[in-house]
Ligand binder design. Structure first.
Ligand code: COA
Ligand code: NAD
Length: 719
């Protein structure tokens, strides 16, 4: 809806009303068309202000309408009618003007923004382009390079930057509506000829071809197969090279291609999935999202290694006081230096003062007595963590939430070491913790809804995408990674190379293939875990048992590399070679290729030709299969939770929606059939055996992903 009112005698105020973000639904568009018409026909009205209710101008097109039979007046003629009006129309921007919201504002003759407002054209993040004239008006208003940057990245700009770029005419610290009304009064009756952006010539930089070539190269490199950024460049090129009406035609054609692409569906699914993971009840039926979180003002981090440092930075940047505890004196000093450096660099980037004084560094754990929440990040060693939790339980004031950053250990067991197991949860951050967006909040069988709510809310405040998951080995993300890595090893045994496997995965859209990723995070990490599990048997070079451990097929390839001191980037050698230890550029390593040949010969394995499709099917379908087990076990509440974890924590390409969404796009029957095929070929690999839930979903006619929960619920009730 849009409300019509008259203020200051001659100004008509049109207020968009569609909570929570005044998205441009059919009813809102109809409301705008009607009220603008009324204002233009009302002889007492000399100028018009458009604003949004509840402090938000407009969050853009209504994403829920995409993919439905869109009714109501279309956006483009509506914006044209505003631009063509013979009375000045001023946009009063408060909160956000995003996507269609900014396009609407660009159709107005003037824009006034509140200093805290954000503006942007984020369509590219939904697999689309700004197709209500945004791709044609913005370059005309602010020039091609700046428009290319905003449209291809979808980034939000502050009101100050918008003023500097020329997107808005005025910024105010007071009410944007009051300021816009005053502004509207001051410009009433003035000529609007120079205010209609569609009539502006687009500034043409002299090096136009080079500029667009560079932009295209940049998006192709970073988009990893996503088509929307490429279309965005093409649309801006149309603005720079064609008259407005022809540019609009191009915008429409490009949008039509994007709109019907699977990529746009995947990205819109991600948008809603990201928000849906915040609403969920624990299997006991208790809802944590309706529990009142405890206030957390002071927190402690125990262990200042790789993870503890990033967590301390992130907590301090959120405004908390932090007690950082590290037992090793030298490590404590190094950590202080490293953390201060990270805080200073972060503050410089954000143009704020570094939060150096918020952190106190200490070697005595007694200093955590008065904190509200502790995050333990000591070595991944159960005996050590047990001791730390016993200490924390004795030292901390009653009510302190005790969290562990363990990657895989049993949260229930740690809780059992404390006086108040209901206050123990996992807060599983990802490296580097001050950068990575994902946080798995692991609830144990005795964690209280309030404890989960507190950890979830803290994660949100830290700018993380928090997902609540159940307690099992590896939780959701790492549990699914295990069969994926295992398949990659088996593929090497059967004839593939790290280059081939990584090539297939990177072509699919991963930022890094599995072997490049292992080199980056360190091969020794998994080696230590496998040793702890009793899987590593050094010296077992040949013979049948070398490739069978604990009764199932096993590949010792990773262990053999570690025995040679090849830990990945940190040692300059891993699955690839690097110029120096710590080097980042992976190069093929002939040694590794002959090592693989020798390994195959020792184990009587005959190398065969493996293509990209087999790599993708084996690595991805086995990971997806584990995802179904996780749903079956109730460890993740729904497929959205798994997908959000993979997109935000594991580099799964967003334009493919996450593993479970991808499975739904491929077709569950096909995933099942391929898993059956590979399981028949490799009966000694249990991970390839299709999960019962997958079979059940296929038997139920492969319902769309938003209906899987019904089948899962039925499946649980019959187990
Ligand atoms: N269409 C439909 N629903 C939208 C929406 C849109 N354009 N923008 C936001 N919403 C919904 C969200 O799904 C959420 O619904 P829920 O409460 O049922 O989960 C609700 O509005 C609040 O959004 P949320 O993102 O949680 O609020 P926020 O205050 O953190 O952020 C925005 C507000 C506007 C910055 C953010 O929602 C946003 O970026 N929206 C998308 C903007 C966009 O891409 N527009 C272009 C569309 S082509
Ligand atoms: P790390 O080896 O880099 O650091 C651990 C630190 O804990 C060391 O500085 C050590 O001196 C300190 N420490 C040991 N005992 C202590 C004690 N009693 N009190 C205080 N400090 C103590 O380890 P990390 O990689 O930061 O991992 C920490 C935890 O985070 C582990 O449980 C790990 O599984 C988990 N994790 C790691 C990653 C990763 O990528 N590194 C990702 C997610 C989770």
């Amino acid at each position: 809806m849009a409300q019509y009112s008259r203020v200051s005698g001659s100004v008509c105020l049109i207020t968009l009303q569609n909570p929570p973000v005044n998205a441009l639904s059919a009813a809102v568009r109809q409301g705008i068309v009607d009220t603008v018409k009324r204002a233009l026909n009302d002889s007492k009205v000399k100028s018009v202000v458009i604003c949004g209710q509840n402090g938000v101008f407009c969050g853009g097109a209504d994403i829920k309408e995409f993919g439905t039979n869109m009714s109501g007046p279309p956006l483009i003629p509506m914006i044209h009618a505003i631009e063509a009006a013979n009375k000045p129309v001023v946009a009063a921007i408060e909160g956000s003007a995003l996507g269609g919201g900014l396009e609407l504002a660009l159709g107005c003759h003037y824009r006034v923004a509140h200093s805290k407002a954000i503006l942007g054209l984020p369509e590219v993040t939904l697999g689309l382009l700004p197709a209500a004239g945004g791709s044609q008006r913005l370059p005309r208003l602010i020039g091609v390079p700046a428009a290319l940057n905003l449209i291809t990245t979808g980034r939000h700009v502050t009101a100050a930057e918008a003023l500097q770029l020329g997107i808005v005419d005025q910024v105010t610290d007071h009410s944007s509506v009051d300021t816009a009304v005053k502004f509207a009064l001051s410009v009433a009756g003035q000529s609007l000829d120079s205010r209609r952006i569609s009539t502006y010539p687009c500034p043409r930089p002299s090096d136009l071809d080079a500029l667009f070539e560079e932009a295209m190269q940049k998006v192709r490199q970073s988009a990893r197969g996503a088509i929307a950024p490429v279309a965005c460049v093409q649309a801006v090129r149309a603005a720079a090279t064609l008259p407005y009406t022809q540019g609009m035609e191009q915008e429409k054609e490009l949008m039509a291609t994007l709109f019907t692409s699977g990529q746009a569906r995947a990205m819109q699914y991600c948008f809603f999935a990201q928000r849906a993971v915040g609403r969920w009840s624990m299997p006991s039926g208790a809802r944590w999202d309706t529990s009142k979180p405890r206030p957390v003002l002071k927190a402690a981090v125990i262990g200042l290694g790789t993870m503890g440092r990033g967590i301390a930075v992130s907590l301090a940047q959120t405004g908390l006081s932090v007690v950082a505890v590290e037992t090793q004196e030298r490590q404590l000093m190094e950590a202080k230096q490293a953390v201060s450096g990270m805080l200073q660099r972060g503050a410089k980037r954000r143009g704020v003062a570094p939060a150096l004084n918020r952190i106190s560094y200490i070697s005595n754990i007694q200093a955590v007595a008065d904190v509200d929440l502790v995050i333990e990040a000591v070595f991944e060693d159960m005996a050590l963590k047990e001791k730390v939790f016993q200490q924390l339980s004795a030292i901390c004031k009653p009510g302190t939430l005790l969290c562990t950053n363990t990657s895989a250990l049993d949260v229930d067991h740690l809780a059992s070491q404390t006086r108040s197991p209901e206050l123990v949860v996992g807060m599983h951050f990802f490296a580097p913790a001050h950068v990575m967006k994902l946080l798995e909040v692991v609830y144990g069988s005795r964690s209280s809804p309030q404890a989960v709510a507190t950890a979830m809310q803290l994660g949100k405040k830290m700018g993380k995408v928090s997902v609540a998951v159940g307690n099992c080995r590896g939780f959701v993300g790492n549990r699914m990674l295990k069969p994926y890595l295992e398949q990659a090893f088996f593929l090497l045994e059967e004839g593939a190379t790290p280059e081939l496997v990584d090539g297939a995965l990177e072509e699919f859209g991963f930022a890094m293939g599995v072997f490049r990723m292992s080199d980056l995070s360190g091969l020794d990490v998994g080696w230590r875990v496998r040793k702890g599990d009793g899987l590593v048997e050094p010296g077992l070079e040949s013979g049948q048992s070398a490739r069978i451990r604990q009764g199932r097929r096993y590949s010792p390839l990773g262990d053999l590399l570690c025995e040679q001191g090849r830990f990945g980037q940190k040692t300059g050698r891993g699955w690839y070679q690097y110029d120096t230890p710590g080097g980042r550029v992976a190069k093929s390593d002939l040694w590794l290729h002959s090592f693989l040949e020798g390994y195959r010969a020792r184990h009587d394995l005959v190398a065969r030709r493996i293509d990209h499709q087999e790599v993708l099917e084996r690595c991805l379908y086995v990971l997806i299969n584990e995802g179904f087990h996780i749903l079956e076990d109730g460890i993740a509440a729904g497929p959205e939770d798994i997908d959000v974890i993979y997109v935000f924590g594991y580099g799964w390409p967003r334009h493919r929606g996450g593993p479970m969404f991808y499975a739904s796009m491929v077709g569950l029957a096909k995933v099942l059939e391929r898993l059956e095929h590979y399981h028949q070929a490799h009966p000694d690999v249990p991970y390839l055996k299709p999960c019962n839930l997958l079979r059940r979903l296929v038997a139920s006619g492969s319902p769309p992903i938003h209906r899987w929960r019904e089948v899962i619920k039925k499946h649980h009730s019959q187990l």
